[in-house]
Structures are given as structure tokens and as C-alpha cells.
Design a protein around this ligand. Sequence first.
Ligand code: PEP
Ligand code: MG
Length: 571
Amino acid sequence: MRMAVLYKGIPVSKGIALGKILKLETPQFILRQEKIKKADIEGEVEKLKEVTMKVKKQIQMLIDSHENSDIFTAHMLILEDPMIQSLVLKKIRSDRDNIEWALTESFQEISTQFLALEDKLLRERMIDLKDVYERMMRTLKNIGEIDLSQLAEEVVIVAKDLSPSLVASLDKEKVLAFVTELGGETSHTTIMARAMELPAVVGCSDLFEEVVSGQHIVVDGMKGEVLVEPSSKEKRDYEERKRQIEKEREAFDSLRRLPVITTDGKKIRLGINAGSIAEAVIAKERGADGIGLFRTEFIYMESAGFPTEKAQFKIYQEAAQLMEGQLVIIRTLDIGGDKSLPYLNLEQEMNPFLGYRAIRVSLDNIEIFKTQMKSILRASAFGKLGIMFPMIISIEELKSCRELLEECKDEFREKGIPFDEEIQAGMMIETPAAVLELKTFAKYADFFSIGTNDLTQYTLAVDRGNHRIHKLYNSFHPAVLRSIYQAIEASHEAGKWIGMCGELAGNLKAVPLLLGMGLDEFSVNTSNLLEVKEILINSNYQECKELAENILKLESTEEIELYLKGFSNRL
Ligand code: PEP
Ligand code: MG
């Protein structure tokens, strides 16, 4: 009898799933570079024509089936470009390159020319060129495209890595869980898994190489355990635990309608983090006090081109109306880092998290930024919206954001377009620079929200998505906690409210500590909302204040975690 094999990884999204593996092989092109014989030239040219015809059909299908088909129309133009065609033909006929080498060389030559261009728009066509090239290669080598949006049966995805955009397109009905070899606790892929309430384990070494599609698998998103080919008894045990977890979840439901007030009367706002209307609906059902972070990048990632003012307005309007007067904080586009946007054609960078990201991209693309701000302003007439800027490191950036927002407001006033004149504009605290300069920022920000996912990585110089160093990535590091405390204190001194939307806000061990530090608002994932609420309403603020004072005296992460564990056990 075959024994079940147990793998250990990092638990990043709770829940238990039992199902069959769908192993996601990322297409790899193994390039054959060959010189062909004279007699084979015409055969190779024929092959090129065949591949081109097939690709043409694929692109035509995409044009026909997408509302926003501009991107695919551009792909068709590239495919039919006579200059590119003759370059590839020349490489086959004169240089006697085999087809895949002729295509690769041509792609590289044209890319180099594109990169040298001054014209930004033309340079941006690079991504389309690459897409067409890869489509040609996939077709030539008979490698299918990854499409997980419509699956025939329920599966557990096993992959080396998953991009946030692939997760965004997952068939939510059929995907039960996922396991990856790469990734960390706060990489965007895992944040999305939590938001979708999809059990997930990342950083699971060796698993990918050792399994095949169709094998049975159990994923335990709490313990970070992955069991391949479980025995019938093991399956029954996991099924039982799964039922138990569901029961506990139901028991929490009675908490929904209770206000979030500590035992000694301190009122706290408990919102959720959302990336879509579907999550806002869950937040409403679970009795959240609004949305502390609406991540808008997923709207951009799911769209084939920049979403229009009208398209974005509709989404923000729906969120505003749904939350019925409770604050919904819309964060402006936070792209870059581990989130890419194909049509923005971001260059590969050595250090993407330290690079062209978030507000830097928006301030460099003012029209796109203003389109987003206008859509938020328009929607502000339908509920209570806030606007929040990500990754601010300098007062100049914040001032520019506010100036652009004022320009949009002036335009609306002139045109008589209604919006909320009282709309609050705040910023994320995600870098040591933002913590240290918070007092100055407070002159231009109505509120703050601490993004501990980034604050931790930038304070400790530990990449949040790198599984090799994930043990170093710890928000309970004294430096991170001291930064959080410093930010809360400075904000209160300046008379501004401050919340937290990083993953630490939903960490059950951290909740009493953050309460004691004086945090005004917690914004957590829908899956954690009721557990966090239970802790808050059973906590005594004065006791938690003492806890915070004691924690801030400790010297190491280990001591802090131990102390907090002891405190939680007493609750
Ligand atoms: C954060 O950095 O903590 C945050 C909430 O932003 P994101 O995770 O989207 O980078
Ligand atoms: Mg962030």
C-alpha cells in the first residue's frame, strides 16, 4: 500500500480542502538553435505560414469575444506587420535559421529598437510584441495557454508560483485551495487567497516536482500541512475537522450585530479589506463598520486596458451604496512590486518593491491618476467615501496628490458635478520615512492607515514574498512595533485618526496589543472579522494599554511573541 506523503509549508489562508491536484506547469520554451539545409528552407517557410494562420485565428477569437478588444487588435497588427514578417523570412531564407530561432532573433532585434525609442507609447507596444512572440512559440510547440477561469471539476492547484492576476481569474466555484513552492505570508497572491477564503499553503518545497495532476491531496491552511494521497482514515479525520471549523464559523455569527466596544467602553471601528464588490457584500453580511481598505489594483488587473472613469465609478458607487453611510476608503492604484499590469508595460526591475510602484506610478501618469480620482469623487455623492494614497514617502508626493485632487474637485464644481465636499483624503504608512515624518504629513492628510505588510518589509529589509527568508519577516519585531506605536502617537498628537489595514490588524495575537497602543480602526480580511471582533469586545482597553507598555520594554521578537501568547491564553 502506498503511504501518504506529508509536506510542510507556510500556512497563509485558513481552512481545509480535500480534492484532486491540478498541477500548473508554466510553459517553458526550450529553444533549439539550428542551421537548416538549403533543401529544407521552403518546408520551414511553410511551417511559419501554418503557425501564423493558427495564431491569427486565436487572436481573431479574442477580438470577437472581448468587449475591450483594442489590445488584441494591436496584436493582430503586429502579427500581420510586413516588416516583421520579412525579417523572420530573411532569417530563414538567407541566414538559414530554423523557425524558432528566426522568430526569437527577430523578436530580440525589434525589442532592442523599441527600447531605444523616445516615444513612450511606442515603447509600450513592447509588451504586445512579446505577447505575440510567446503566442507564436506556444503554438509552434503545442503548449496550451493557462486558463483557470472555467474548470470542469473541483481541483486543488499546485504550482511553482501563482501571479495575482492568475488568482484573480480563478474559477472560484471550482478551485478548492492552492499550494505553491514560492511566495510569502503577505505576498499579494496570498492576501487574495485570504480574501477569497481559499485555503492556501505557500513555500512548500519539493511538492511541485513530486506530484502529478489527479492525485488526491489535503491542504490544511492553518497548520501549513499538505498531505498527498491520504489514507481513508486520514481523509475522514480531515473531513471531520473541516466540519468542525464550519460549525465554529457559524457560532461566530451571533457576533454580527454587536457594536465593537471594549469591556471598559472604548469604541473601535472594525472594517474590512476588500478588492471587489463581492467582498464588500460579505463585509456587509458580517456586520463590518465599513471598508478600511479597498484595493483598486484588481479592477485594473482584471481589465484589458485602463478602466474608464465610468467603469470605475460604477464599482465605487456600488461599494458606497452597499455600505450605507459607513466609511469606504478607496486606495488609489498600487501597482508594481509583485503586482503587474501588462498594458502598463512595467520594465523588469532588480528590486521591484523598491522601484516603480504605487504612488510613483500614479504621479508619473497624471491623466490615469486623475481619471481614478474623478471616479472616486463622482461616487462620493452616493455614500461616505475616503481616498487614500499608497507608499507616500515625501511631503512633495502628498502635496502633489492633494493638488491633483483639488484640480479634479474644481473641475467638478465648474461643471456642476455633485461630489462629497467633505471627502477625507489620507495616506498609508508603509515606510520608515512615513513613520518618521508623520507629524509633517498630518498637515496634509485627514487620516492614516498603517500598512504593516510593507512597513515590515521596509523596516527589516526583508522581501515580503521571498519564502527563503520568511522567518526573518515578522511584524512582531520590536522595531516594527515601535514604529507602529510611534505612528499612532504622532497621529493622535496631530489630532488625526489612525487605522491599520496591513495583515497584522487581523492577527489575533496582535489585536490586544494594537488596541492598547491606541489604534482607532482595524481593517481586516473578511475571514478574520468575527474573530477579531470577539477579541475586541472581550478586551479591557486599560489592561491592553498596560500590555502595550510592557511589550515595548521587551528586547526580542521571541520574548514579545511569548508574552503575547501568555496574554491571549488568559483571555
Ligand atoms: C500593506 O502594505 O500593509 C498594505 C495593506 O498594502 P498592500 O498589502 O496592498 O501592499
Ligand atoms: Mg502596501
